[in-house]
Ligand binder design. Sequence first.
Ligand SMILES: C[S@@+](CC[C@H](N)C(=O)[O-])C[C@H]1O[C@@H](n2cnc3c(N)ncnc32)[C@H](O)[C@@H]1O
Length: 354
Amino acid sequence: MKKMKTGGPLFRLTNKDVVPTIEYVNPSLLDLIYDPPFVVTKAERDLILALIWPLKKYLGVRVPPIGGVPGEQSDVDALYKERAADYLELHSLTTDGADDQWRRWAAEIIVAQSGMINHLDLFTGVGSTAREMLTACQKCNRVGRIVALDHSPEMLKFAEAITERMFGRTAFVLNEIQRQWMRGDATKLNFSGQSFQSISAVCGIGAIDYPRVLQVYEEALRVLKPGGIFIVTEMHRPRRSEPGVWPMFGQGGEFLQAAESLVWESYTLPFALGELWGWVDPTPGEEVGPFTTITDSDGKHWGWRIEYQRFEAMPWRGIPVMPYYWGILRKVPIKQRHVNLRSAVIDSLDLITA
Ligand SMILES: C[S@@+](CC[C@H](N)C(=O)[O-])C[C@H]1O[C@@H](n2cnc3c(N)ncnc32)[C@H](O)[C@@H]1O
């Protein structure tokens, strides 16, 4: 194994400079800047790719790629039109059943946060997160409204049908939760400012390429009420600091960590995310999204405080090929100089990723 390259800082921000409401620079953003790629020899690379080949074959047969350009809205729409009828089963297969956990986590946090629910579920798909919320609301005796938004009319059609089947037509009355399915674009929301107390995006931001994905964060800032939360969960590239666990070998040292990165680059991202689900790398959105800001019509500046984030090297059938990000952001007031600093962070990342 060759020696790892090391990188130097491209910009320096002190805690004081960044923002009082974010006590630290997003640690994963620093990872993105400092984290040098693993270097593997050609033989090692070929070996890893040969080991992963059966996995790709198996999944490709069960969930055949539909084609199109990942992140291109018209192609993403075409893909979900085709996938809508079998979506739940196929998504569960490609996430090894972990998707239910991700949705339940988001739903339960939101329901636990507020007595009166006023929620927007972005990228709702066939409405699974909205249904998790209905279940949590029933358990915790919560009332309010949930608006579930997606760009694909076909996915929404199934969302409505499945929900009727599970909760019945009277769910709205029994639960006093106003369910509302809505076609819309998460990058251009058709709601006035400060409409919702909470927003979720579970397995959704990967549909939107960078830097367009930053519009999702800006729109979420705009339509959230002050103090409201935005929950984002989605895939993330592997992080050196959170290596996955391999069957029999544990974390396995440098080689297996390098393998995890290579599997991400050559299998998870282009195939499992790109070909099967029309996804682009969600990592830049997760890293940079928390630095987005808006200025409202009264001239007040708003930004995010990172309440919580977690990265997990999740396994698929025991193999660590789908690292996952969980984040909770809160809308907070910020000052003009923090707007400038946050936008400097975004510009710096543009330079790095260009
Ligand atoms: C992986 S699926 C569904 C995710 C869903 N939250 C879940 O947990 O199953 C992603 C969804 O994002 C939707 N989508 C893609 N681009 C969108 C956009 N610009 N605005 C809103 N929804 C979009 C797709 O139509 C698709 O239904």
